[in-house]
Design a protein around this ligand. Structure first.
Ligand SMILES: [Zn+2]
Length: 396
């Protein structure tokens, strides 16, 4: 790979903003070889100029096989019967959209068609600048409960151990559907938790014995209580979470992926689902509560990760991830903390190689032509991305 250099005014290294530029970054063999302050360029080396540089972002929760831009519910239902090839085409497009938004690692949250597994196996072959994919394969749910499009069902308890062992074999991380969806009209979670504490504990123990982390689709106090007592590594969504539960998560290092976007979309476009003014008020209350708990979570040190739940209605791959960052900043959290959650933290928790902007790191980076520390909307102005040093120009 040809040596390259990048010049910017400022950069976020994964932890902190460095804003006493200009800085020059020298890349070769896909690795950051040098970082110099001051503009001393090598005239013979390919040079990219930008304003702001940071590590490639990590989408912690999305469904690559679903197109979040499709808002017609009958079309969405019909899509679930499409061929595997058609779904793969959507998945490949989702990855390209994520890449163009500056995402270099995605954790898929499951599908029953094997699309996430196939996309993981295609990695690199499809495009050198596509994000790395971590996946659960299929998630696990209880028979007759929510999640048929992404989860295989426990039909009888006797087969639970074998089922989880089977899932753990193909997964990077094991995903559990601990609860149902939220009933927006009632402003609460639908139904009781899907698994008892004993069952949930067996799932986490079998996954752990096979070296797999676990993450749980989980909202509502009862489901979150079970997930935490069962030793789940990450709470996904976590609507209606309590401060007491957040304190347990801070103590035990359990991560939280708050996924504001799908609920925010329901609030922003109530006419699509036909929500009444009363339901819109409920949605607003849910989002307000979520924002307050997010600020508290950061205050007490819960490891918060950023996931958009892209693929959900109105939640688009790439674009909505940036929206998610903005919604999190809107909860009153400092941008430096949010960007740490979006870059360095998930890689460390998941045991992935670091992509911090530091000498010796793999050059998985995103270059902007404005700084988000000057204007948050700059996050929409990706100029170029680097994946293992491979350059993709996004906007000229
Ligand atoms: Zn999801």
């Amino acid at each position: 790979m040809e040596p390259q250099q990048i010049v910017v005014d400022s950069y976020f290294d994964g932890q902190h903003l460095n804003d006493r530029g200009p800085y020059v970054f020298s890349l070769s063999q896909g690795v950051i070889q040098a970082i110099r302050q001051g503009e001393c360029l090598d005239p013979d080396v390919l040079t990219q100029r930008g304003v702001f540089l940071m590590p490639g972002m990590v989408e912690a929760h999305c469904h690559l096989f679903l197109d979040g831009g499709e808002l017609d519910l009958s079309k969405r239902a019909a899509y679930l019967k499409f061929s595997r090839e058609a779904m793969l085409a959507v998945g490949r497009q989702s990855l390209a959209q994520a890449a163009a938004a500056g995402i270099s690692l995605v954790r898929d949250a499951g599908d029953i068609h094997g699309i996430n597994l196939q996309l993981r196996s295609e990695q690199g072959a499809l495009s050198a600048t596509n994000p790395t994919v971590l996946c659960p394969g299929r998630a696990i749910r209880n028979a007759g409960r929510y999640g048929g499009f992404m989860a295989t069902a426990m039909t009888d308890e006797a087969s639970l151990d074998a089922l989880v062992a089977d899932l753990a074999g193909e997964a990077d991380q094991v995903k559990i559907l601990m609860t149902g969806l939220i009933d927006f009209e009632a402003g609460e979670v639908k139904g009781p938790p899907q698994f008892t504490l004993q069952q949930a504990r067996r799932i986490t123990q079998i996954a752990k014995a096979r070296g797999r982390r676990t993450f749980a689709h989980c909202s509502g106090v009862a489901g979150i209580d079970i997930a935490l007592a069962a030793g789940i590594d990450s709470i996904e969504h976590g609507f209606f979470i309590t401060r007491q539960q957040l304190r347990i998560m801070a103590d035990q290092g359990v991560s939280w992926v708050p996924t504001f976007s799908p609920v925010h979309f329901q609030w922003a476009r109530p006419e699509l689902a036909g929500w009444s003014a009363q339901t819109v008020t409920k949605l607003e209350q849910i989002l307000d509560g979520h924002r307050q708990q997010l600020a508290y979570a950061y205050e007490i040190g819960v490891p918060v990760l950023v996931g958009s739940d892209a693929g959900s209605p109105g939640v688009r791959h790439g674009y909505s991830y940036v929206e998610e960052l903005m919604l999190m900043v809107g909860a009153g959290v400092r941008l430096e903390q949010i960007l740490h959650s979006a870059t360095a933290l998930p890689r460390r928790l998941w045991g992935c190689s670091a992509a911090n902007i530091a000498i010796g790191s793999s050059a998985d980076m995103v270059l902007f032509d404005k700084s988000p520390f000057d204007d948050l909307a700059a996050l929409r102005h990706v100029a170029a991305t680097y994946k293992g040093g491979n350059l993709q120009i996004v906007s000229a």
